[in-house]
Design a protein around this ligand. Structure first.
Ligand code: PMP
Length: 382
């Protein structure tokens, strides 16, 4: 791996797009490579099968421990998109959600035939969930409330919403993809019914995730076929990916001790950006936020121009949620927050992790200085 460090980051580049996908952790790679050589099917009773089963169950324990759930609550899926689709299409009559939810929550909610109740989103990215009381009068009501937003990092009051929902008999699903390792997550004390997770946001492989389901909640099986995942999702387990997920989960549990160092780097970046360009807006600043995420807009400067200029300077960031399609438009999240279009079109997301270094932030700020300077010069010429 010439020019790349232990987590595959190219030394010549600065990777600040951890919310799109975090670099694969060495522990995860190692666990996956070892699991690839295990020949058995995890459902077979012979020694080879039992070895594969042991890998799957060890990983399930690590994932459960990371989020304060029981191993039997964890059902492996192909990722959080599948987990979100599963719960959204589980036969609800009414689903309440805000427009800042990820597409993998909103799209299946809209497609499943349930009545959709749109929740208000405040200008700081906080979702109002008082509608719970009125939908609680209906059978089959679900509230979908993400734990932390992928674009702004704003953290929602999921525990409070779930307590209210329980009083009114409303189910609660939380898309927790961006949270583990970045803020404490405790499935049991949050009191939600289901929670979705994705391995690649915590340094595991892409294409594996989980739906965490509380005891006693009956959901239609995701896939029919064999009896895997206690008949909830059929199909031979992807043992290597699950092994990588388990190893990443174990490591992510330790990341919480680095959160303040990550926050200090993120805060330094924001302070320098604001001093270089006082007209810049840091979205969600002052709200409870993930320590690793910064959503910054330079009004009037399209996000794609910033992203391309930064890429040319060797720095990877995202324009809004462009991680899903490569397309860049006004950010739906910022639009839902009621921010003006010139801000919603201008927002870039910078997201970092425990491997981000001071010099990465220095390089970002140097590139920003150039971009902010260009803007200033253009203004003078005009
Ligand atoms: N929810 C959120 C908040 C996300 O950020 C993502 C990934 N962009 C997903 C769900 C989908 O996860 P996956 O990539 O595992 O399908």
């Amino acid at each position: 791996m010439s020019g790349a460090n232990a987590i595959g980051l190219d030394g010549a580049r600065v990777y600040l797009d951890w919310n799109a996908s975090a670099p694969l952790r060495p522990e995860a790679r190692e666990a996956m490579l070892a699991a690839l050589d295990v020949v058995g099917n995890a459902s077979s009773v012979h020694a080879e099968g039992r070895r594969a089963r042991a890998i799957v169950e060890t990983a399930r324990e690590a994932v459960a421990a990371l989020v304060g759930a029981k191993p039997s609550d964890v059902v492996f899926t192909s990722g959080a998109t599948e987990a979100n689709n599963w719960i959204m299409s589980a036969g609800w009559d009414v689903i309440a959600l805000g427009d800042i939810e990820h597409d993998s929550v909103r799209a299946p909610a809209r497609a499943c035939g349930a009545e959709i109740i749109g929740l208000t989103v405040g200008e700081h990215g906080d979702v109002g969930f008082s509608a719970i009381e009125s939908i609680g009068k209906r059978d089959g009501a679900l509230l979908a409330l993400q734990l932390a937003n992928n674009e702004t990092g704003v953290i929602q009051a999921v525990g409070e919403a779930a307590a209210l929902a329980r009083r009114f008999g409303v189910g609660v699903h939380s898309d927790a993809v961006q949270a583990p390792g970045r803020t404490p997550v405790d499935f049991r004390s949050l009191g939600v019914d289901t929670m979705s997770l994705s391995a690649h946001k915590m340094g595991g492989p892409k294409g594996i995730g989980a739906l965490v389901i509380r005891d006693g909640l009956e959901l239609p099986a995701r896939l029919l076929g064999g009896g895997q995942e206690r008949r909830r999702r059929a199909g031979t387990e992807n043992v290597a990916a699950i092994a990588g997920f388990g190893a990443a989960a174990k490591a992510a549990a330790r990341d919480l001790t680095d959160v303040e160092a990550v926050r200090a780097l993120r805060d330094r970046l924001e302070c320098e950006v604001l001093s270089l360009s006082p007209e810049a807006i840091v979205v969600g600043r002052g709200m409870p936020r993930l320590a690793n995420t910064s959503c910054i807009a330079l009004p009037g400067r399209p996000a794609e121009t910033l992203v391309i200029n930064l890429d040319l300077a060797g720095i990877a960031v995202s324009a809004g949620a462009a991680c899903s399609s490569g397309k860049v438009g006004a950010s739906t999240v910022l639009t839902a927050m009621g921010l003006p279009e010139e801000v919603a079109r201008a927002a870039i997301r910078v997201s970092i992790g425990p491997a981000t270094r001071e010099e990465d932030i220095t390089r970002f700020c140097a590139a920003w200085r150039t971009m902010a300077g260009e803007r200033h010069e253009k203004k003078l010429v005009a």
